[in-house]
Design a protein around this ligand. Structure first.
Ligand SMILES: [Zn+2]
Length: 149
């Protein structure tokens, strides 16, 4: 299983990054400043100048509040309280993506992208059945693609 970030926060981060980069381009275009000597060395790289603490996504470890939830693939039929769960919209009964959201609710998503909350399961169940977090995806869509949905 793995973490995925809240989509909106990820988008805000990218927008902030883009805004910072545009500011740097404007600064570079304005050179040389009238009362400054022409810089002799190269301008620093965009990432270093604008966001000194910027790291590539794979090096940023998400904290609990950055994370919208965790999810795992569940290929076999899912039995809750002795009953096999089926998708109320298409009748699928296997190959689920199981989500555990930050409010501890459990959601099932079938191959046809129908999502249903499963009140018979909780975060404790999810933690018992999922492995350790081994991947981190910036968006839900990327996570679903990785899981083959
Ligand atoms: Zn379905």
């Amino acid at each position: 299983m793995f973490w995925f970030r809240r989509f909106r926060e990820d988008r805000a981060f990218r927008e902030a990054q883009r805004a910072g980069y545009e500011l740097l381009l404007r600064l570079q275009a304005a050179r040389p400043w009238p009362d400054c000597p022409e810089p002799t060395s190269q301008a620093p790289a965009a990432g270093e100048a604008v966001v000194p603490d910027f790291l590539p996504p794979e090096l940023r470890v998400p904290s609990r509040q950055d994370v919208a939830g965790v999810m795992m693939r569940w290929l076999q039929p899912l039995v809750v309280d002795g009953e096999v769960r089926t998708c109320p919209e298409c009748g699928a009964y296997r190959d689920w993506i199981v989500f555990c959201l930050s409010d501890d609710s459990i959601w099932l998503r079938c191959r046809a992208s129908h999502e249903t909350q499963e009140p018979g399961l909780d975060a404790a169940w999810f933690n018992r059945h999922s492995g350790p977090v081994d991947r981190f995806h910036p968006t839900l869509e990327e996570g679903l693609r990785y899981l083959g949905h």
